[in-house]
Design a binder for this molecule. Structure first.
Ligand code: ATP
Ligand code: MG
Length: 689
């Protein structure tokens, strides 16, 4: 043992001159190997900026950076620690011009992509557009372009998706935009086709480390190989039993390929689990047992047997939430881990969070929903932010494209394509291009007229936004802007359901209130604290929006219960975990796709089992698995059946009756919360912060 590492971990850390793979079960210290290895490389004299560590989420990257700083000092701040996608952005910003991408290219989110797909394929509903999106994304993840996809298509549906992919590709080039898949496939193209760029990166990076290697897809692996180069200075860590992104193209082939592509690969296995009690670990090992094994593993823990895993049968969703509340309250009085942040409730699908949110609010338990959608990610808020961003920075092309097409104002795809190529050839931003003297040579008089009208409107708004101060005026300004644009009607036209459109409009109104309050000068939380401040102009407030949306992501240290999907819980750990809704149909998730072959169905089930394994192994001290005897399906209540994974855990006693003490505590807490809530009614003036 040295510096909190066992001998196998040390071996992995010390292996720095060639490729290595750490293959081990959950909680065995794989991520710890990565952080310690970063520190070891720096302490051994390697420049921090020559090290890249690739993580699965931005949050994991932030945590790793923090840990590395603790171990290796401030120098570690220069290590490139990021996700594959963020790495892709960096490569494209630096050298994307080699493949014809301008420096301020835009990154489209899923909603932007859906809109473009609708246009390309002439669909009016989101569902069809998303199906194309899905198919096209799968092709991109296999490294295929539209022509190759068309050649490989085996039925009419696939052929028409491939044709739409061709149009979509043209569109993105014209808009100088990329989607999330492009953030991997374009850097791959860049490194494949341009020797100088490839050599630059291979010389720049002396060691590349990858966490959660089992969830990489084919293009990520190819990209990784090109970054690492022939020297093979690569450390990959992963667990085949935790591969849960097969549905997004992740492939275990990447694990099989490593020893073939790197014959000198050193494979290190870790067997001791430092996270969970033996009771929890046993349940996990039993569940994963039936899955076929890529590599045999044994995992043990010396943290003692611990509390037995509890199985809780609940009447329905509300009852389940009530029992979780009672469990949290009870463990907070009885356990050494009392902080709210010591608890997590994990579930299979995002919608399962809602009933817990309600119950937690009622019981005054602070919580955060991770893996869900943040307010600033909502399409309607992004529409408005795009407009506002364009006012602040006319050169923001993605904002320009979103604003000029939302709502539609008769400026079509052809005009925008022509404007895009005119702007690229003159190295103008789209907004600059619109007012350029020579624009008439590239576009028709009518098109120029509509563009100018839009440009003048933006300029006029900007002029007013600079001067408007105070809540009242800001609100009036924003409302008149929304009505000029016909934004409410736009929402009505764009949604399949009226209810959804109305919910979006409510969000818009919340946003208007939130912005105007900030102009009023009573609230300023840009520094993370709420304080009285001077009145602000609307333009000043707009400039802080981007900062605020990042603040909402920096939430690690809040003392709150985590509500999370199983997918988003990967790599994390909590003293107390509840797996909720562990029912047949939810986990394993029931698929309605009848076209699946028995083989494909079996693979899905294996992935669901790995998901259950991931869930169980998040728990350090206590684990409760709850299921619903009756559950909601659509608008109906149906009989619930306990998941097959529950008996597979091999527990001694698989039913737990409701503990009357828990019930009593819950009632008391509910009563106290009601009393406190009525006293506080008037104080809640900040719904969004
Ligand atoms: P997962 O498969 O869930 O990603 P992992 O293999 O990455 O898990 P880590 O998160 O690195 O595991 O470690 C699990 C826990 O065990 C962490 O709290 C970590 O600090 C602790 N740990 C790891 N190795 C050791 C060690 N040698 N001594 C003490 N604690 C350790
Ligand atoms: Mg890990």
């Amino acid at each position: 043992m040295s510096a909190g590492l066992n001998s196998a971990q040390l071996e992995a850390v010390n292996h720095v001159h060639g490729p290595s793979l750490v293959l081990a079960g959950a909680g065995s210290g794989k991520t710890r190997v990565i952080t310690h290895k970063i520190a070891h490389l720096i302490n051994g004299g390697m420049s921090a900026n020559r090290i890249a560590a690739i993580t699965f989420t931005n949050k994991a990257a932030a945590e790793m950076r923090e840990r590395a700083k603790q171990l290796a000092g401030r120098g570690a701040a220069e290590v490139l620690i990021c996700t594959f996608h963020a790495l892709g952005v960096r490569l494209l910003r630096q050298q994307g011009t080699y493949i014809g991408l301008k420096e301020q290219f835009s990154i489209l989110d899923t909603d932007d992509v859906t809109k473009i797909m609708k246009d390309c394929g002439g669909a009016t509903d989101n569902a069809t557009a998303r199906q194309w999106q899905w198919a096209i994304s799968a092709w991109k993840n296999q490294g295929l372009n539209a022509a190759q996809a068309l050649a490989a298509a085996s039925n009419e549906d696939e052929r028409s998706s491939a044709v739409i992919m061709g149009r979509y590709e043209e569109r993105l080039i014209a808009y100088q935009s990329v989607d999330f898949d492009d953030l991997i496939s374009l850097p791959l193209k860049l490194l494949t086709e341009h020797d100088a760029v490839r050599q630059h990166w291979q010389q720049q990076l002396s060691h590349v480390l990858v966490d959660e290697y089992q969830d990489t897809n084919a293009t990520q692996y190819e990209l990784l190989k090109l970054l690492v180069g022939p020297r093979g200075r690569l450390t990959a860590v992963g667990d085949d039993d935790q591969s849960i992104y097969g549905w997004r193209g992740a492939t275990l082939d990447n694990l099989k390929k490593l020893p073939v592509d790197y014959p000198e690969l050193k494979v290190i296995t870790l067997e001791q689990n430092y996270r969970s009690t033996s009771a929890i670990l046993k349940a996990a090992n039993n569940v994963i047992g039936p899955n076929p094994k890529l590599f045999p593993k044994t995992l043990w823990s010396d943290l003692g047997e611990g509390e037995p895993v509890r199985v809780v049968a609940c009447d329905n969703e509300d009852h389940e939430a009530e029992r979780v509340v009672a469990r949290i309250q009870s463990l907070r009085t009885a356990s050494a881990h009392k902080a709210f942040k010591d608890f997590a409730v994990l579930y299979r699908a995002n919608h399962q969070a809602r009933v817990f949110e309600k119950a937690f609010r009622k019981a005054q338990i602070p919580y955060k929903v991770s893996g869900g959608q943040s307010f600033f990610d909502r399409a309607e808020i992004k529409d408005l932010c795009a407009w506002l961003r364009l006012l602040v920075n006319n050169d923001d092309d993605p904002a320009f494209l979103r604003a000029i097409t939302t709502p539609k104002r008769g400026i079509g795809h052809t005009t925008l394509t022509q404007l895009g190529s005119f702007a690229t050839s003159h190295k103008f931003s789209l907004f600059e291009a619109l007012f350029a003297n020579s624009i008439g040579s590239a576009l028709s008089v009518r098109a120029v007229g509509s563009l100018h009208e839009f440009g003048r409107y933006v300029n006029d708004m900007e002029y007013r936004a600079r001067r408007i101060q105070g809540a009242e005026d800001a609100k009036a300004f924003m409302l008149s802007w929304l009505s000029d644009m016909g934004y409410q009607q736009h929402l009505m036209d764009g949604e399949d359901s009226e209810k959804l459109a109305a919910a979006r409009w409510t969000n818009v109104m919340d946003f208007v209130d939130w912005m105007s309050k900030r102009c009023g000068g009573t609230i300023d939380d840009t520094a993370g604290v709420t304080m009285e401040s001077e009145k602000k102009t609307l333009l000043e407030v707009i400039q802080t929006i981007a900062l605020l949306s990042t603040i909402s992501e920096r939430e690690q240290d809040q003392d709150v219960v985590t509500l999370s999907t199983l997918h988003a819980a990967k790599g994390l750990e909590w003293p107390h975990v509840v797996l909720a809704g562990v029912n047949e149909g939810l986990l394993p998730f029931k698929t309605d796709d009848d076209s699946l072959t028995p083989e494909a169905l079996a693979q899905r089930l294996e992935e669901e089992r790995r998901l259950m394994y991931v869930g169980i192994t998040r728990a350090q001290r206590t684990l409760a698995v709850s299921w619903l005897m009756r559950r909601k399906k659509g608008r109906e209540m149906i009989a619930g059946k306990v998941s097959r994974f529950v008996p597979e855990m091999g527990l001694d006693d698989t039913t737990t009756r409701e503990d009357p003490r828990e019930k009593l505590r819950a009632l008391r807490a509910e009563f106290a919360a009601k009393a406190a809530a009525s006293a506080q009614l008037a104080a809640d003036a900040e719904p969004l912060a």
